[in-house]
Design a protein around this ligand. Structure first.
Ligand SMILES: Cc1cc2nc3c(=O)[nH]c(=O)nc-3n(C[C@H](O)[C@H](O)[C@H](O)COP(=O)(O)OP(=O)(O)OC[C@H]3O[C@@H](n4cnc5c(N)ncnc54)[C@H](O)[C@@H]3O)c2cc1C
Length: 496
């Protein structure tokens, strides 16, 4: 897929019509349409793909969200919800001739309750701000994307985001009890409840991870968990990535669920060490970070057991954090791995796929072979315990052909994930980035089923359209739809 042209693709007449309809609904300054105001919204973290939005709106309460959605539906204007714009798959990238609905002003923490161990927050609240607000009660919100300082809970819900602690504590879907959202018809719907289960079909689980295609989140109830009394992390070095990959599988097979189990290859640790001085072994081919948390006795026992498994798996050195400062220093390297890529390469392309843990070592070897094939370097950072890969493909967009090679390299990695029994996304979503790879992962019937779900929530296909679910025509063009005698099996199916 080529990056869309970075030019306005709406008519001024249409823009005037939409602005005139939206302005009376929102406070002064909450409808942006001049290019210097809308330009900052043209992309998310996947900056290679850009589209100038026609209009950006900044509602500050649910009533205003309802009014915007109803008006856009009446005008048949597509809407893209947007949190902090840290997404890495183009999910918040504007649609030409569409409206971006930013949640930046829906940023209130409405309640933190020690008795139910929950917090009720608006969608534009930052992930880390929830834990900060809960800290005086000795509680925190467990899912911790590396972008947690900036990303919003609305974006986390839409992407079903994960983080280093999700191996033990679960993803967003396991830590959200209730979502209040507005449909394209302007109807407010509550999914889930304050309890662990709710009556009816589990639409909450369906909604989490739906990438802004089913409704706009206006309120989220999250679970809070007690801060562990103690947390310690092991940094283990390996002289071979295959041994490191096998060690991950061995730790889990030993019946241990660490609080975090992350892996970085040599390229990654060398890239990040001069930046944050985390104390990484930069001569190791791979390092593993294995965290244990809980009561002091539990942690001591688990650290000892993990150290044994790591040694018997071939670790060449083991260091255990001696205090919380050192533990955070060890993690700071992992958390800063993506930004550090900018120090050694003008551009990087962060892939996200998931594989069965036991295939980790083999997949690493195959990715190294692809580096040769595409003539590009790749730094590997993983939520290894979850089998979630984050290969960072390093390239220079100013060099002719490098962006295209990086894209092809990324698509090859995703195909490999599917080949070994995994999936094309772990936590960053499909967005526009992986829309073609959906044709690799799913059959035409499955894709049609996904479209049916979208249609049930959004009959007009106005909420974040053309993202996440490819049309069958698109799959055919991508060469992943069976075409017989020049005819597609489902050629007559509508776009939606
Ligand atoms: C340096 C870096 C590190 C990262 N590390 C991680 C990581 O460890 N784990 C991880 O999972 N992700 C990670 N990400 C990806 C990203 O931060 C997450 O996907 C995050 O959840 C996006 O939140 P956001 O507020 O920025 O959402 P945006 O990027 O603004 O939007 C993401 C999607 O959510 C939709 N959306 C946003 N708000 C709403 C709403 N109110 N209602 C409905 N839909 C909505 C958008 O339409 C879009 O489809 C990282 C990104 C960066 C840049």
């Amino acid at each position: 897929m080529n990056a869309p042209a970075n030019v306005p693709t709406f008519t001024l007449e249409r823009q005037r019509q939409v602005v005139a309809a939206l302005r009376p609904l929102l406070p002064e300054g909450a409808v942006l349409f001049n290019e210097e105001d809308t330009r900052p919204y043209e992309c998310d973290g996947l900056a290679a793909y850009r589209q100038l939005p026609m209009v950006v709106v900044l509602p500050q309460n649910e009533q205003q969200v309802i009014a915007v959605l109803k008006t856009c539906r009446d005008l048949q204007a597509p809407i893209v919800p947007r949190g902090a714009g840290t997404g890495l798959s183009g999910g918040a990238m504007p649609i030409a001739d569409g409206v971006v609905l930013s949640t930046a002003r829906l940023n209130k923490i409405l309640q933190v309750d020690a008795y139910s161990r929950t917090a009720i927050v608006q969608p534009g609240v930052r992930n880390l701000a929830i834990s900060d607000a809960a800290a005086p009660l000795n509680l925190y919100y467990a899912p911790d994307p590396s972008s947690q300082i900036a990303c919003t809970i609305g974006g986390n819900v839409a992407e079903n985001s994960g983080g280093v602690h999700c191996l033990k504590y679960g993803l967003t879907v396991h830590n959200v009890l209730r979502v209040r959202m507005v449909t394209i018809e302007g109807e407010v719907v509550e999914l889930g409840s304050g309890a662990l289960d709710a009556a009816g079909l589990d639409l909450l689980a369906l909604f989490i991870g739906s990438e802004g295609m089913l409704g706009v989140v206006t309120e989220v109830t999250v679970k809070l968990v007690p801060k562990p009394q103690v947390a310690r992390v092991i940094m283990a070095s390996f002289d071979d990535v295959v041994k490191g990959g096998d060690a991950v599988a061995n730790v889990i097979a030993a019946g241990i669920i660490p609080a975090g189990l992350e892996m970085m290859d040599k390229t990654s640790s060398r890239m990040v060490e001069p930046f944050v001085k985390a104390g990484y072994d930069i001569d190791a081919e791979a390092i593993l970070l294995c965290e244990s948390d809980g009561l002091p006795e539990e942690v001591e026992d688990e650290i000892a057991r993990m150290s044994e498994v790591l040694k018997s798996s071939g670790a060449t050195a083991i260091a255990v954090s001696q205090n919380d400062l050192e533990r955070l220093r060890f993690w700071s390297g992992r958390k800063n791995a993506f930004p550090a890529a900018g120090r050694i390469s003008p551009d990087y392309y962060c892939m996200d796929g998931t594989i069965p843990r036991k295939r980790l070592a083999e997949v690493l070897v195959r990715i190294t072979e692809m580096e040769q094939k595409y003539g590009l370097r790749c730094a590997n950072v993983f939520h290894a315990g979850d089998g979630n890969l984050h290969p960072l493909i390093l390239f220079d967009a100013n060099m002719p052909g490098e962006f295209e090679r990086a894209e092809a390299f990324g698509a090859d990695i995703l195909e490999l994930c599917v080949e070994v029994g995994g999936t094309i996304t772990g936590e960053h979503g499909v967005g526009i980035e992986k829309i073609n790879s959906m044709c690799v992962q799913f059959t035409a019937a499955e894709l049609d089923c996904f479209r049916g779900v979208k249609r049930a929530f959004d009959t007009a296909f106005l909420l974040n359209p053309d993202k996440a679910i490819p049309t069958l025509h698109r799959c055919a063009e991508f060469g992943r739809m069976h075409v017989k005698n020049g005819q597609m099996k489902f050629a007559d199916l509508p776009r939606f």
